[in-house]
Design a protein around this ligand. Sequence first.
Ligand code: CS2
Length: 487
Amino acid sequence: MPDLDLPNPLDPASGEKAAPRLSTATIPFLALEVKRPAYNRSGVANGVLHFGPGAFHRAHQAAAFDALLAHDPRWGITGVSLHSTQVAQALNPQDGLYSLALLDEEPGLQIIGSLTRILTGSQGKAVMEAMTSPELRIISSTVTEKGYCLGPDGRLDEQHPDIRSDLADLSSPRSFIGWLASGLAERRRRGLPGATILSCDNLTDNGRKLGAAVIDFASMRDPDTARWIEDHVRFPNAMVDSITPATDQDLRRKVAQSLGLTDAWPIQRERFTQWVIEDDFVDERPALDVAGVTFTKDVHPFEAAKLRLLNGAHSTLAYVGLLRGHRTVAQAMTDEWLARFVERLMREDIVPTLKPPAGLDLDIYISDVLRRFRNPAIEHLLSQIAWDGSQKLPYRLLGTIRDRLASGGEIQRLILPIAAWLRFIAHAARHDLTITDPLADRLLAAGDDWQAIVAMPEIFGDLAGSPVLVQPLTSSFKTLDDLRSAT
Ligand code: CS2
């Protein structure tokens, strides 16, 4: 998270006289207009354990559980940050409370109370206690694509260093998959019921992939546990959506002015939020319908529409937009050529690959997404969306390209953002810049040699090195040169 590089309002060096810190005890000091938890937090039980309580989780799922808690106190959340202590340091002194700003035509500010505590990877014993607590029903995650340790075939990558290390010794797991396998094995050993593992990450078939990865991992260590997981644990698919830019100075300033208290880590998002979950729970499912969540038999059509249209367009805006000198999504959308290109990509190239769920009109969906991108209240950095390209592009664009090729469709436009991503890497390599990507070292080592990158099966799968990509890429680079010089 780049967030904590910003001047922190809690830092005495910032020169400001800080208001008291947000916490249970100081809630009565909140400014009157700030919405606060509509339930008694001391009566909340932690029915959920969440891996990866970053900005997206706090803006999205935690807000939905916050709304649910007003009706049912069993669904508080224990957060687990496996790889950093920053969230724990910011939120534990605030009793898990934080502010969520809704940036839209009709703005809003509310305090979310569903996260009750944050544990870190070094508190292994406490994490295990939380995973085996009798009140726990759901283990959820936002650990991003890379947290799943999957190979190009979507199955567990047994050669991944963290997986190899956990397969050899699971006493203090390094991977999220290792943690799940170990916690579930312990639930079985203690005679506890299974649990629902609810993936909230942006990847196709997220629940199924996670389930297969955990079961594959467990079978390599202990086939009886693997069978128990198959019989007692559910892994529903889910689609999640809400635009959540990283916390920035501007948000800190606004929150400091309006809250009446000091919050070490406020979060922001657009007002729109959507969560569609496959109705496949162990035992009772939480009544998240009260928070606008949709339960359905088949999440695939929702998820494909969201990943391919919204996220595909986002990544396109990021890589082509950066090349054209833009900084934010809203700014890139004022670039007439780019906005028109993205809209055409969505309507003409992506839509033919989708089977929309009943009741979803893709034309309206696209117009809504484009309107959300234009939201003037949100500063969503293209550089944030550009993170982890090697992990995101397979889900966002390569699947669409594959489907278009299979049906004899046109891919020249779809290839342009891939070419822009390759340029983004070459530019970083040439200027000695770092990029955020688990494959950063290899990508930057390849640098200008884009064909070496396109030959990587862990990104391009069966299309790696294929002339069907190489040829249109070659002409896309020329288009990009024109686009750049036209700015
Ligand atoms: C974005 C997403 O950062 C990114 O890659 O495309 O986080 C996007 O804002 C969300 O998926 C919207 O739901």
